[in-house]
Design a binder for this molecule. Structure first.
Ligand code: MG
Length: 463
């Protein structure tokens, strides 16, 4: 399916569509109206307060303006924080004691896309049942438009990046990091992380070489922070004398990928593992939360600290938080480079991830490549298939049932799609929440074995 034909994707992660086709100002206004109506109904307040931000995409301003129109026309007061990282919206909800937040972003999707994510009054991605309620309201256009005298007001707060950076600084060992005077290369993909990313690293005493650091919204490369898209970052690290590492943010700066001091992309799976290692060092042990598609490395790191364990959840930030929060976990996240650190906010946050990686480097006193060499290593294979090519959404449930039947003797989780755990590896088959694709992810000691697990799963599923 070409992106021109991609439908509006509505899921636990919000709405995503193609700009000018399925993601248009009328969609954004209706989504804002649906969210505003939902907040009025659930908070009992006539004028809920909502923080609105957007990632740096060029298509963002008209969509944000429309969403703000929908919110104020249902009676919400809006605090517009302009271009902001998604985690910054989470931070600012608490800062302004708001009842919710809305961000206009399509995260790492290419520039054709844009979307809307909502956050609740605790700065959390709403749990699936609540997310569905908002989506259902939007689909049915169940919007409680207000009368002329109840229209909400809009105010601006352009200090959001500063507030967010200060929150991170208050929760990491600033003195230890500053003492190391690290040289760091930062790739912000010309997205919303430019301002806050640079501010944080400079406050941490780093000498910063910033590439794609102009907040133009014209992405300097394919935005998903994967090895093939970070060639310039790797090269810049190799060319920067004494660089400690390179960091890559995605356009809404909730995900972070890391390049070691030799310019080697160490894999987005390592971001959470490195941050978790540092937090367990700091606390001596604790609970972590990670989704079912995240590497076993996080279990291995937890096993080094007695009393620690990993809560495994369905894919999606809200699901990870739903596992992390009641367990009073020290850190959560996803293998896509998303780290959730409760003292800062309940949203995956690239700033927190950078600070914790630098704190780990400061604490260990050795190069990043040496720290990574001390971690267990697995091969992970990630494949994706167009949903249309496997017979559409209707074909997914029967395919999952076939996989469960075929591997009935193994350890199976059906919390999200199907994950099958073997003694030496695992495979996870599920439909994406945000794109019309089916993912098959496998991890094993070798790439050959991981590929074999993917093949066996696909064969069993008949896709
Ligand atoms: Mg993102």
């Amino acid at each position: 399916m070409s992106t021109d034909e991609a439908p509006l994707m509505l899921s636990v992660s919000g709405a995503r569509g193609i700009v000018g086709r399925t993601m248009t100002p009328d969609v954004a206004a209706a989504y804002g109206g649906a969210f505003g109506s939902f907040l009025k109904a659930t908070t009992g307040k006539a004028r809920p307060r909502v923080v609105v931000g957007r990632d740096g995409r060029i298509s963002g301003p008209p969509l944000a303006a429309a969403a703000i129109g929908g919110l104020t026309a249902t009676g919400c007061d809006v605090i517009d924080i302009g271009v902001a990282m998604t985690p910054t919206v989470g931070v600012m909800i608490g800062h302004h004691r708001a009842d919710g937040g809305l961000t206009v972003t399509a995260s790492h999707n290419p520039i054709q896309w844009n979307g809307i994510k909502c956050l609740d009054g605790d700065g959390l991605a709403p749990p699936p049942a609540i997310a569905k309620e908002i989506v259902d309201r939007f689909k049915a256009r169940r919007i409680d438009w207000c009368g002329p005298l109840e229209t909400g007001r809009v105010s601006e707060d352009m200090s959001a990046a500063r507030v967010h950076v200060d929150r991170v600084l208050a929760n990491v060992d600033v003195a230890a990091i500053r003492a190391c005077r690290f040289t760091v290369v930062l790739d912000s993909v010309n997205g919303s992380g430019c301002l806050g990313g640079r501010m944080l690293l400079e406050e941490l005493g780093c000498s910063v070489q910033h590439i794609f650091g102009e907040m133009t919204g014209v992405f300097g490369h394919v935005p998903e922070p994967l090895a093939e898209n970070l060639v310039e970052l790797a090269g810049a690290v190799r060319g920067a004398p004494g660089a400690a590492c390179g960091f890559a943010q995605d356009p809404d700066a909730d995900r972070l990928a890391v390049v070691d001091e030799r310019g080697t992309f160490i894999g987005e799976e390592f971001t959470l593992v490195l941050a978790a290692l540092r937090m367990l060092q700091r606390t001596g042990g604790g609970t972590l939360a990670a989704n079912l598609s995240t590497s076993r490395m996080v279990d291995d790191v937890a096993a080094r600290f007695p009393g620690s364990h990993v809560v495994r959840t369905a894919v999606g930030e809200a699901n990870v938080v739903a596992g992390l929060r009641p367990a009073k976990g020290v850190l959560g996240g996803e293998g896509n480079g998303g780290v959730i650190f409760p003292p800062v906010c309940w949203v995956r946050d690239s700033l927190t991830a950078m600070a914790l990686v630098l704190e780990l480097l400061a604490h260990e006193g050795k190069p990043l490549s040496a720290i990574v060499a001390g971690l267990p290593r697995y091969a992970m294979v990630k494949r994706k298939m167009e949903l249309a090519s496997v017979g559409g959404m209707a074909a997914v449930a029967p395919a999952l049932a076939k996989v469960k039947a075929a591997f009935a003797k193994e350890r199976i989780s059906d919390v999200d799609g199907v994950r099958v755990d073997f003694a030496d590896g695992w495979v996870h088959l599920r439909a994406s929440n945000t794109e019309p694709i089916v993912r098959v992810i496998a991890e094993a000691p070798t790439a050959e074995r991981a590929n074999e697990l993917c093949d066996r799963c696909r064969e069993a599923a008949g896709v």
